[in-house]
Design a protein around this ligand. Sequence first.
Ligand code: F6R
Length: 616
Amino acid sequence: MCGIIAYVGHREVRPVLLDGLSRLEYRGYDSAGLATLADGKLDILKKVGRIAELTRHVASKPRTPAFQGISHTRWATHGEPSDANAHPHADGTGKLVVVHNGVIENFQPLKRKLEAEGHLFASATDTEVLAHLIGKAYQAGMEGSARRLSDAVRTALSGIKGTYGVAVMHEDFPGLIVGARRGSPLVLGIGEGEMFLSSDATALLPYTHKVVYLKDFDVTEIRADRFQIESMTHDTADYQVEELDYAPDAAERGAFAHYMLKEIHEQPQTLENAVRGRLNGEESSAQLGGLNLTPAELRDIDRVIVLGCGTALHAGMVGAQMLENMAFVAAETDFASEFRFKNRPLPRNTIFFAVSQSGETADTLGALREARRKGFRCLGICNSVGSTIARESDGGMYMHAGPEIGVAATKSFVSQVALFGLLTLTLGRMRQMSASTGSKIIRSFEKLPDQVRKILAGEEHIAAIARKYAQANSMLFLGRQYNYPIALEAALKLKEISYIHAAGFPASELKHGIIALIDPATPTVILCPQDSLYEKNISTMQEVRARKGPIIAVATEGDEEIRHHADDVIYVPRTVEMLQPILNIIPLQLFAYHAAVALGRDVDKPRNLAKSVTVE
Ligand code: F6R
């Protein structure tokens, strides 16, 4: 949700900024811009459209070499995508520029006040108001005692409500960039004679693996050879320099046509990484070091509430069912965005899990803070190391899935479900789960990566089915129990990247109204593993058939019977019921992907979306 990259050092800055922006493009891609500072003069270039447009614009005429700059790729909140609304924004003097990720909630009264003082604005954005506020604070500081650019930034930020990750430059301060954050991520990258600011550490991988994850209210000054971090709320800012644990090419697309496809194909390793070192064969259990709870505390949990948004919530829905069915712990999910405004009476021994790939989703973070405010223990399930949710949780589990760049989440989903499987094993073995059930789950975990490989090997068959149905205006996805969240997730994937309307339902709900939608032009995907509810799913398929609705079944390998009931069948290997959702989602990710490709969609940058939604 908007990406920032800033650089000061020894390299010509424009290629560094453009490369960084293209790595951050998944965060927003309706317009982009950069500002460089050379010979005491700012040069601002902005363009509506993709980074490629900005790149062409930058290349269109020769420019003075520059070694410092700030840049931004935008996901519009205030003001439509346009050249004028693209960042960076300047103050009234034109000597100061700002890029901003986040939302300034009180920008309208602030703007009216500035307009009354004679300030003129060139855009409809909240960020331009911030630029004027910093400029005004700087002017006032020049006449008073505060002469640092960072002081002006602090003064301006102290008067705003909302969230920000910002980078600021001023013609009076060559060699300096000021950054600050509250609620939106900002990472400082430390190189040899060069420094970076970025919304996401993975954009820095080609340049440095040494980073500092800035905290809320941190203000930093970066120069080529040094940096300084202060806190707006504390006398001293404590920070840690961390080493990124990724291969330099972890965020590259390689030979795959899209990041989404690459990430779908990475899922065997994703599962291996999620599970590595966490299975305990001797005790037929799992070991989850980061929960920060004693065995007695784990045994005392009365209720689990899983919070998340979108795909992460769907993973939580599978997790909650696992916990109830197999670990005998009352568990439920809620939309993070809904939970945070509720006032639910809950038993004291309730524990929360905030699930988030990015660890920065504003709704999930808000819900986590609300639960903690009420005194509950909150654990995080995150992919991004050092992210805000990971830091603000009382403990949790990292997914170790590597960077997920495709806007449509794929590998993070299977990783999250796998982690809930491990949690279920841990809590279940402390309750009534038998050792033999525990061992069976462990064996099933061990087989999963190869089973996923087998599904991926059948990609061409799935692609052919996707092409066959890609012209449909609407599709239904049905599943029961563990597979109901899979129906939701598969429908979300299809909607997001193909723009085909799709909706997921519990299979049995069909007859309670949804059946009115069935006709020969509306395909139904039904998740029909050979489990305890197999016959019921067959009945549902017959109800669809009777209304001439085309059926695509996701079924268990070797099930020949299903061919009599479905137009197309995608087989998946069998595993224990609680892990079956991991295998069942894989073909439906591929189905969504190939339907989108058949329709010529921009799979990695679907319209209107952005990864990591840091606004509420
Ligand atoms: C769907 C998708 C979104 C995210 C949601 C939460 O493909 O990507 O629904 O799952 O915005 O994001 P995180 O997991 O980063 O909190």
